[in-house]
Design a protein around this ligand. Structure first.
Ligand code: FES
Length: 84
């Protein structure tokens, strides 16, 4: 299972009990903005510093290079992220 490394150095493991990256981050009591949880609003946008994610459904919100939406994605490799 891929690891999620945070920019503060903490590492959490993504396992199958989390549906999305947002679920996994919330489980660790991390505060991530969100609204729709479906890839529409862009509120959950975080920085993807390293690694790859895949989207459960292609998001409608605008995502720049180096960003991702944790509410509708899962990690494909170990990833390093920054939560704004
Ligand atoms: S919470 Fe709306 S796009 Fe993620």
């Amino acid at each position: 299972m891929p690891d999620i490394k945070l920019s503060n150095g903490a590492v959490i493991n993504f396992d199958n009990s989390a549906r999305t990256l947002l679920d996994a981050l919330e489980r660790e009591q991390l505060e991530v903005n969100f609204h729709c949880r479906e890839g529409y609003c862009g509120a959950c946008r975080c920085k993807l510093l390293c690694g790859e994610v895949s989207y459960i459904n292609e998001p409608l919100a605008f995502v720049r290079k180096g960003e991702f939406l944790p509410c509708c994605s899962v990690p494909v490799t170990d990833i390093e992220i920054e939560i704004p």
